[in-house]
Design a protein around this ligand. Sequence first.
Ligand code: PMP
Length: 354
Amino acid sequence: MKKHNFSAGPSILPQEVLLKASQAVVDYNNSGLSLIEISHRSKDFVDIMENARALALELLGLEGKGYKALFLQGGASTQFLMVALNLLEKRAGYLNTGTWADKAIKEAAIYDDIYEVASSKSANYNYIPKAYDVPSNYDYLHVTSNNTIFGTQMKSFPKCDIPLVCDMSSDIFSRSIDYSQFDLIYAGAQKNLGPAGTTLVVVKEDILGKVSRKIPSMMNYKMHIDKGSMFNTPPVFAVYTSMLTLEWLKQLGGIKAIEKENEKKASLMYSEIDLNPLFKGFAAKEDRSLMNATFTLENDNLKETFETMLKEGGINGLNGHRSVGGYRASMYNAMPLDSVKALVEIMSELESKA
Ligand code: PMP
């Protein structure tokens, strides 16, 4: 039985993408060779890389606006330090909205002064701080658009005169916002894009080349741009699968179309959390994430029954992160509405049993 996959990442991918990707591993385009055994310098793979980079910019509405898309390695965690190495000269501002933002701050602090413009750490990150100033003499401001662990999401972004850097690992391509308000976006592929192993970086070229330090080649965005995202051997399977997901999204009608689906799923999920007295939402209502809904079961005595029902209903990956507890329903782009319906039915059945 195909399961309902609520995993936070690696997570659900469109079934047709999985089928095409697995076919390519056996025989790429009837070439008699596997995608993962051809040279990354072959025309076949160079075309894949170029297509993936172009699609990323097109879907984000950033074509022809001075941005470059790169498919790098080392996960979003490597971006925590790469951002600092490439952009941090004197001081940067960071909005601390969760564990990943906190980790980004720690990495950047190795290189220079970091100023937390605001933090919700003392409330276990259950909300997004809103009122704060961003000094205009800072090198950049770093924010995290969606806090995967806590289920909070920024609904708007600060207007500032300095470059805005955003970790979009868990909500990129999920909602129609003005992506040109950001100067650098990065996202680990393993949520809305593809398998783990590549990280999409979208960077406005004119913010680069301004720091005085020497940057090692693999850490240097400019080097990766100059080499067409092929400075070294790229993660060919992850890039190909990401390209397939981007093609799938484009065919569906792009971000605007998927956003409608994501809103339907989230609204179904949150109305059950709010109406069912057995459950309680974790995140502040106005900051609730469309991608990750975090909630707890109020009565511990029902835990075993609930979890047995989840198992029998084929619900996978619903456990909350250890720092929040309870449950987390991750509803990324590829998740069908029917999976959310299946979960919500189990939650309301539990209510009728209790
Ligand atoms: N940022 C966010 C918002 C995340 O959710 C994650 C991972 N789940 C990371 C960064 C770290 O990503 P990676 O494991 O690719 O380094």
